[in-house]
Design a protein around this ligand. Structure first.
Ligand code: NAD
Ligand code: AHE
Ligand code: ZN
Length: 374
């Protein structure tokens, strides 16, 4: 069938909005009509050419919501008409990762997904007769997409697509990191670097868990107002602390947390120097530093091991530790019950034809999340 899509033909170039061809779902796959998709910083990262798994031409996008229109042979968990979110971390419930109960990082189709292919090693999209790769198993910058059944989360039928598409990545990553990743305790102190689409959700997650002091750190002071609305108690602009010297920033943050550091830190920019700084800002004896931001291949983090010997702990999280099919609908329900605010963070809604301008806005630091409504 013909579908409308934004195609990334090559790295670093604007997307082409055009008609592409989509094949029917193969066995074990699901055709979804996508009604809305958010634009996450990770889409911009892959488009930049720095992602070692970036394959081109590709249809990016991994923050979508829509309705199942057709299912391939053998599909039993969803049916046409179901409202769903495609998830980039699937949940097969059979692999060693899923069965461990210790991680959300299902391994069933990770290899082909990273190669931009469906589990059977082929592609479903094509453009001008040539195959187009799938992105993170989702490719939501198209008004129809085909995804494996194990990557389809069924959600509340009443949830508005234009809001809950964002649950497909940023909301769940942020809120889940506080709730399921770090398991923030009541009355704790927290530092969050990067007050964007993910960091602000970390902040609302930490507030929900009862943190008493939440320090937000961003080089863009325009982000502070929204962060305060979401629970930030103090704002620090690193540029104003000894001209951006990160040792000085660390000492400043440690002092703000009472002298021994923060109970929890969350790094949401992808800057590796800040990741080191956030480990060193964690409390002596027990502080937990959580890496969320994505850094390019070849970039490294490193601190003096003494920092770990003296009780600081380093973890990372993908999709906020959320199990794709089990936990995504729970975050949608939290939104529907009014426990979390998603709408205030969606600062622009646009048609697909304006998608390149949305990437430019992200680069300029304007707004928080942009959603494309098909
Ligand atoms: P965003 O563009 O909305 O926000 C990034 C924020 O970081 C901006 O406010 C920017 O001003 C700030 N920033 C950039 N450099 C900074 C610096 N040196 N010091 C302080 N602040 C700085 O991006 P987002 O969508 O919130 O994504 C944030 C990061 O999280 C990206 O690296 C993205 O790839 C990653 N991510 C990871 C996961 C995961 O599962 N681990 C999920 C989603 C996104
Ligand atoms: N191909 C990238 C992977 C980057 C990465 O870590 N992605 C996160 C999700 S970011 C969503 O916005 C993730 O899920 N990681 C777990 C996984 O298995 O990829 C790179 O840099 O190599
Ligand atoms: Zn994302």
């Amino acid at each position: 069938m013909d579908v409308r899509a934004a195609i990334a033909l090559e790295p670093g170039k604007p997307l082409i909005v055009d008609t592409v061809q989509l094949e029917e779902p193969h066995p074990g796959e699901v055709l979804i009509e996508i009604f809305s998709t958010g634009i996450c910083h990770t889409d911009a990262y892959t488009l930049s050419g720095k992602d070692p798994e970036g394959k081109f031409p590709v249809i990016l996008g991994h923050e979508g919501a829509g309705i199942v229109r057709q299912v391939g042979e053998g599909v039993t968990s969803v049916k046409p008409g179901d409202h769903v979110i495609p998830v980039y971390i699937p949940e097969c419930r059979q692999c060693v990762m899923c069965l461990s109960g210790k991680t959300n990082l299902c391994i069933a189709i990770r290899k082909t997904q990273g190669e931009g292919l469906m589990p059977d090693g082929t592609t479903r999209f094509s453009y001008k007769g040539k195959p187009v790769f799938t992105y993170m198993g989702c490719s939501t910058f198209a008004n129809y997409t085909v995804v494996p059944e194990i990557a389809v989360a069924k959600i509340n039928d009443d949830a508005p697509f234009s809001s809950v598409c964002y649950v497909g990545c940023g909301v769940t990553t942020g809120v889940g990191s506080a709730m399921w990743g770090a398991k923030v305790e009541p009355n704790s102190t927290v530092v969050v670097t990067g007050l964007g689409g993910v960091g602000l959700n970390v902040i609302q997650g930490c507030r929900m868990m009862g943190a008493r002091k939440i320090i937000g750190v961003d080089i863009n002071p325009a982000k502070a107002e929204m962060a305060r609305r979401f629970g930030m108690t103090d704002f620090v602009n690193p540029k104003e602390i000894d001209n951006g010297n990160l040792d000085a920033l660390r000492d400043h943050l440690i002092k703000m947390c009472g002298g021994w550091g923060a109970d929890y830190t969350f790094e949401c920019t992808g800057n590796t120097q800040l990741m080191d700084c956030m480990l060193e800002t964690a409390h002596r004896g027990w502080g937990l530093a959580c890496v969320i931001g994505v850094a390019a291949a070849g970039e490294k983090i490193g601190v003096r091991p003494f920092q770990l010997i003296t009780g600081r702990r380093w973890i990372g999280t993908a999709f906020g530790h959320a199990r794709g099919r089990t936990d995504t609908p729970k975050i949608v329900d939290m939104y529907m019950n009014g426990q979390i605010d998603v709408d205030s963070l969606i600062t622009a809604r646009i048609p697909l034809s304006e998608i390149n301008e949305a990437f430019e806005m992200m680069k300029r630091g304007e707004g928080i999340r942009t959603v494309v409504d098909y």
